[in-house]
Design a protein around this ligand. Structure first.
Ligand SMILES: NC(=O)c1ccc[n+]([C@@H]2O[C@H](COP(=O)([O-])OP(=O)(O)OC[C@H]3O[C@@H](n4cnc5c(N)ncnc54)[C@H](O)[C@@H]3O)[C@@H](O)[C@H]2O)c1
Length: 287
């Protein structure tokens, strides 16, 4: 028996990065997956988002593990598309036990205008609400809701520094809002024992981090910083001195939160940050 044997989990942003890692870790432990991803770019986001081929690869890898997956191209800003994807997934897979709302963008850069602020919020916050809204009608008592925030939600003046432009401010606003939403949603769902938790990663070794715009964010002193230049600054956001965590490190926490091992764990702001938060805010309690 796997740790999430025969559960069905809806994951947004599942074509690559952390979303794919979550799909694979959950499938390894016996879950079937409903996966969505935009599979298209967003103009204010300077690095490319996932492709249809990436989503197909997630499908292939989940099936290779012997589990089922229903994958749809859908934008988390489109509630109707998410509802349709979940309905089709549940029709095929028979149930829904958990949602992992984690699709996200980082439309950083001083050259990006006000639209970047709006895009960060509509994808990184509204997208979480839409995913929860699509999942809720199917979630049983004792189900699990997980949303990905960021350590940027908890540490002021990190991503929301002026060098990152309006998109950086929008990103931090969205992630703080995810943290607050998860807290209050947990209160609302107590009576049904549905657990609601946020995961806040530090730097994660994905395409979001490995992008020119992120290198510039970490090395504003250089005009065209390379990954090697950024690697010197990445450890500033962790306490352990490592530059980043791997998507699989975050997936292990998501697996715990989806599994019944966390049946009495709710309303948590779970940091997977290698000590980054306590380094920056040593005297303050958790959010
Ligand atoms: N990488 C990091 O350093 C880091 C740190 C903290 C938090 N996060 C958060 O982790 C989450 C996952 O990011 P990642 O690191 O895997 O990056 P990533 O860019 O590899 O993956 C994000 C995925 O979301 C998809 N996506 C983006 N906008 C979408 C939309 N509107 N609708 C549907 N899908 C959409 C992308 O196509 C992509 O597959 C995000 O919420 C991000 O903000 C990342």
């Amino acid at each position: 028996m796997g740790r999430v044997q025969d559960k069905v989990v809806f994951i947004t942003g599942a074509a690559r990065g952390q979303g794919r890692a979550h799909a694979l870790r959950l499938a390894e432990e016996g879950a079937d997956i409903i996966a969505v991803d935009i599979c298209a770019d967003i103009a204010t986001n300077a690095y490319p988002l996932a492709s249809r081929q990436d989503l197909d690869e997630t499908v292939r890898l989940v099936e290779k593990l012997g589990r089922r997956i229903v994958a749809r191209q859908a934008d988390v800003r489109d509630p109707a598309a998410l509802k349709a994807a979940v309905a089709e997934g549940v029709a095929e897979l028979g149930r829904l036990d958990a949602v992992v709302a984690q699709a996200g963008i980082a439309p950083l850069g001083p050259q990006q205008g006000i639209q970047a602020f709006i895009d960060a919020i509509t994808v990184d916050f509204n997208g979480v609400v839409h995913a929860v809204e699509a999942a809720l009608p199917y979630l049983p008592d004792g189900g699990s809701i997980v949303a990905t925030g960021s350590i940027a939600a908890l540490i002021p003046a990190s991503v929301d520094n002026p060098a990152n432009g309006p998109g950086g401010l929008g990103y931090s606003f969205a992630k703080r809002s995810v943290a607050a939403f998860i807290h209050d949603l947990a209160t609302v769902l107590n009576s049904r024992r549905i657990r609601v938790n946020a995961v806040h990663p530090t730097n994660v070794n994905t395409d979001m981090l490995n992008s020119g715009i992120m290198y510039r964010s970490f090395r504003p002193d250089l005009e065209n910083p390379t990954r090697e230049d950024a690697l010197e600054s990445f450890p500033a956001t962790t306490g352990f001195g490592n530059p980043y965590v791997e998507p699989e490190d975050v997936a292990d926490t998501v697996l715990f939160l989806v599994s019944d091992e966390s049946r009495y764990v709710t309303g948590m702001q779970m940091r997977v940050d290698a000590g980054g938060y306590v380094k920056k805010r040593p005297q303050l309690p958790t959010f």
